[in-house]
Each structure stands twice: as C-alpha cells, then as structure tokens.
Design a protein around this ligand. Structure first.
Ligand code: SAM
Length: 263
C-alpha cells in the first residue's frame, strides 16, 4: 500500500515502508542471523555492554521481526519488543511461538512509547536511529523509561556515507537501466530514498552526533564501540562477494550509555 494524500505524514510513510518489508525482512543476511559465528558475535556484544540478563526488564525498541529481542531473551532478560508496524509484530510473535520464547510484543512509537516511566533496566535498539523523525524526543523518552542506573544499547551505522563499491554499483545500475539498492525493487528503493530525505539524519549519522544528543538528554558513561569485526565477517561470509565487501566498509557501531544512578 502506498498513499500520498495530504494527511499522509512521514511517520505513516515509514510505518508502511517497513510493513511492506515485513514478510521478507528476515530473508536478508544482516537482518536475521544465518550462522553460529554471527550469533556468538551478538551475544558477546550484549554481555560486554549489558552483562547477563538475570531476569532484568529489557525494552527492545523497533524490534521488527524480533531478531534482537530473541538475542536479549537468550541472554536472560525479560523482554518487551515494541514496534509500530503490525506486520513486523506479527512476524515477531510467530517466531516467538515457534521458538517457545516468552517475549511480550507491543505496538507503539519509539518516540512516545506510552510505557510507564522508570520501568526498564535496559533499552536496546538495532537499526532504528537512522529512521527516527525526532531523535531528541526519542532519547528524552528513553531516559524517562529507564530506572536510575539503567543502560541503553544502540546498534546502528552511518548508512548515508556510501562506499566506493556502492557508488560503482549505482553508476552501473544507471548505465544498465537496472538501479540497484541491496535487494530492493526500484519502487521500494524510491520510497527508501524519499524517507531518507525527510528523517533527522538524512545525510550522514556519525556516532559522535548521536553521542552529543545522548549527552544533552542526560545520559552518562557513553561508550562508542566499533569492535564488531566478528559480526561483520560472519555476515559477509553469507553474502555475495561485492555486497559482503560493501558491508565491511560501512562505519557500523554500538553505543552504550547509562542513566545516572540516584545519589
Ligand atoms: C531496519 S528495521 C530493524 C528491525 C530490528 N530492530 C532488527 O534489527 O532486525 C526498522 C524497524 O523500525 C521500526 N520503526 C521505525 N521507526 C519507528 C518508531 N518511531 N517507533 C516504532 N518502530 C519504528 C520499523 O517498523 C521497523 O520494524
């Protein structure tokens, strides 16, 4: 479905884009996990920044089909996954039933969740920040949702900065009349481009820009972690050569932060 009427907002456009991708989202390497090595990489990262779950309450924002929610559940957290796309949530719930994992999945907006203040020990999100309309509102909301001393873990990357491989692929696409954007049809690629033009981080999204916004929202102990090579290599091994190389060239990062404890 694709509307463009005057009441149709950028938020509707983002929601519909992801809903239309839900059925095939997990087919892409980099979304669902396709090797033990990648699974171990993500688990290592979670343990490094958040420690063992031991039943602590975790909120996985923009959970999509629930890939990261399941990793958090496996690490021992009591997980709520939140997404505003019903189609994504349907996939996430069906996967949880299939795996016998008790994860609560709820519909909501990551910028205004309607969850109770100070109700989570941990908040995570993977590949959400770049598609936020108002990250400042979002970071303030997450600060409010965390208990004092609670932790935030962000996984994302500077997707706006195209590698030389992507530039070559695009130039070839234009010459050959077959525009290519990693697995997207030209209609979906055009919708993706329009969304990118309207979101807050429309050109580039450096880790440092995110850190500055997190600091302004009151977060402390902020760490930018780019030691993700085990994950990147495991993913690249499952991709066609050029796509794997392209993925390795992006600036991908984890950012962890903490809400100050009460003194
Ligand atoms: C790239 S997918 C990532 C899904 C999942 N986090 C993962 O890593 O597999 C982006 C997801 O963010 C969701 N999303 C985008 N903006 C959102 C918002 N403001 N509130 C809730 N969900 C949002 C979309 O519906 C989509 O499921």
């Amino acid at each position: 479905m694709h509307f463009t009427g005057s009441n149709y907002s950028i938020r509707d456009e983002i929601k519909n884009f992801w809903s239309d991708r839900a059925a095939t989202f997990d087919e892409s390497v980099g979304h669902e996990i396709y090797s033990e090595a990648e699974y171990r990489g993500w688990k290592r990262l979670i343990l490094k920044h958040l420690g063992e779950g031991r039943g602590q309450a975790a909120l996985d924002l923009a959970c999509g089909t629930g890939v990261f929610s399941h990793l958090m559940h496996d690490a021992g957290f009591k997980v709520t996954g939140l997404d505003w796309s019903d189609a994504m949530l349907e996939q996430a719930r069906s996967k949880a039933r299939h795996r016998g994992a008790e994860i609560r999945f709820v519909a909501g907006d990551a910028e205004n969740t309607m969850e109770p203040p100070q109700s989570y020990d941990v908040i995570t999100n993977r590949f959400l920040i770049w598609t936020l309309v108002d990250p400042i509102a979002a970071f303030n909301e997450w600060f409010c949702l965390l208990k004092p001393g609670g932790k935030l873990l962000i996984l994302d990357g500077d997707w706006g900065k195209e590698s030389w491989i992507k530039k070559l692929q695009k130039a070839w696409g234009r010459l050959s009349g077959r525009p290519c954007v990693a697995g997207l049809s030209s209609e979906m690629a055009e919708r993706h481009r329009r969304i990118r033009e309207q979101v807050y981080f429309s050109s580039s999204m450096s880790a440092e820009a995110i850190v500055a916004l997190l600091q302004a929202s009151g977060f402390c102990d902020i760490v930018v972690d780019r030691k993700l090579m085990d994950i990147h290599i495991a993913q690249a091994r499952k991709m066609p050569l050029l796509r794997g190389l392209d993925c390795m060239l992006y600036d991908r990062y984890a950012i962890s932060a903490r809400k100050p404890s009460l003194s």
